[in-house]
Design a protein around this ligand. Sequence first.
Ligand code: AMP
Ligand code: ZN
Length: 454
Amino acid sequence: MKLFNTLHRTFETIKPIHPPEVSLYACGPTVYDFAHIGNFRTFVFVDLLRRSLKFLGFRVKHAMNYTDVDDKTIRGAQKAGERLQDYTSKYIHCFLEDCDTLNLERPEFLIRATEHIPQMIAMIQKLIDQDYAYISEDGSVYYRVNAFKDYGCLACLDRAGLQAGARVSQDEYVKESIGDFALWKSWTPEDGEVKWESPWGAGRPGWHIECSAMSTEYLGETFDLHCGGVDLVFPHHENEIAQSEGASGKKFVNYWAHAAHLLVNDQKMSKSAGNFFTLRDLLQKGYEGRVIRYTLFATAHYRQTLNFTWDSLEASKAAISRLDDWIARFSAYAVKGEWSHQSFIEKFKGALEEDLNISEAMAALFDFVRETNKRMDEEFPVGDLPSVWNQINSVLGLATVSHEIPATIQALLEARKVARQTKDWTGSDRIRDEILALGWIVRDTAKGQEVKKL
Ligand code: AMP
Ligand code: ZN
C-alpha cells in the first residue's frame, strides 16, 4: 500500500518493520468537552486507514492516547468543581459513545496520559542526561531545540530563518531560546491539586512528551506509522520526533500521514472559532451515524480539505440509501449461480492501495451496484454478493441494517401470492396492509412481489 509520507513529501510503499503487523499511533482527543465533527474527520480517517490495512492483508497494532491533563482539562474541571479524573472520565465516556455511533474500530491500546507519568519522567530524565533538555529556575524542564540537529525535518522548517526572527518575550525568560518547549511544567497555584512529584519538583507533563512516552511504551522506540490532523505537524509532531529520537538515538517513525481539515465556510472547524458541530448536534437533526461517517470519509480524499454542508449530508444519505436498496435486493434474490467479482474487488483494492483513493474505490463500488442490479433485472446469477459486501463493508464500516426477511413476513408474502393467484384482491390488499403494519412495504413487479423494509 502506498501512502503520502509527510516526512518526505512523497508517496511511499508501506514496508512494516515486523510484517504483516503495522504499528500505528494516532494522537487522540483532549477530553475536556465533546469532540466536534472536525476532530472526527481525523479519527474517521485513521479508522479508514486501519480497516484498509487489514483488508489489504496487514495486521494492525494501534495505540491512541487521551490527553487528560493540560490547561483546558484542568480549567474545565475547576469550573465544574470536579476532580480532574472524574471530569475527564465523563468526556472519555462520551467520546467512546461517539466512536461507536460512527462505527470506529477500537484501537488495541486506548491510554490515558495521566496513567503514564513515570514513563514520561523517565524519558525527560534521559533527555536531560544527554543535554537535550534543561531545568529552568522554576523547576520546569524545557527541550533545547538547538541541540537536536534534525529539528524541523517534518515541518520543513528553515532553522536559520527561525533563529534570526526569534525574539524572547518577557514572560518566556525561563527559556534559553524561543523555540524551546516545555517537557515538564512546574506546579503553579492555578493548577490546584493537579500535580505529580518528579526529580525536578512537583508539576505536570507538557503535552508533547505524552505521545512520545506512550508510543514508545506500546509500540517500541521505532514504529511504522503515525497519524493525526494536519494542524499537529507543527509543533506537536515535530516535537515528538525531537523528544523520541533525542532519547533513544533511533529513528522514531517511518511514515507520517496527516488528514486535512474539515472546514465551515472555508474556515477550519474549531472550538475557538465557535463554528463547530458536535456529532450529537447532527444526530439531533436526524442524521444517522453512518451518514455522518460516510460524509467524513467518502466525499473527499483525506488530504483534501472537506467543506461541511447540509447538502453533502443529504447526498451521503442518498448514496447510503442506494446501497441499502441494493443490499435488500440481493439478500432476497432467488436466482442462484456463480459469477466472478474478482475484477471489482481488484479495482476496489487497487484504489485503496493508492494513498486511500476513496473516490475511485466508491466509483468502482457504485459501478458494481449498477452492473449487478442490471444482472438481477435480467435474472442472471450474481454469485455470492453477501460475502462480497461483507468484505467491502469491513473497510467502509457502514453497518447497514439487516435485510433478512423475517419468517412472518415471508409467510404473509406467500399467503398474498396465493390470494393474487385466485384473484382475491381484497385479501391481497388486506395482507399488504398487515405487512405494512409490520414495517415492510410490498411492491408488485413483473417478476412478482418485492418487499423492502420501511
Ligand atoms: P484535539 O482534541 O484538539 O487534540 O484534536 C484531536 C484531533 O482532531 C487531532 O488529530 C486534530 O488534528 C484533529 N482536528 C482538529 N480540528 C480539526 C478539523 N477541523 N478537521 C480535521 N481534524 C481536526
Ligand atoms: Zn500526539
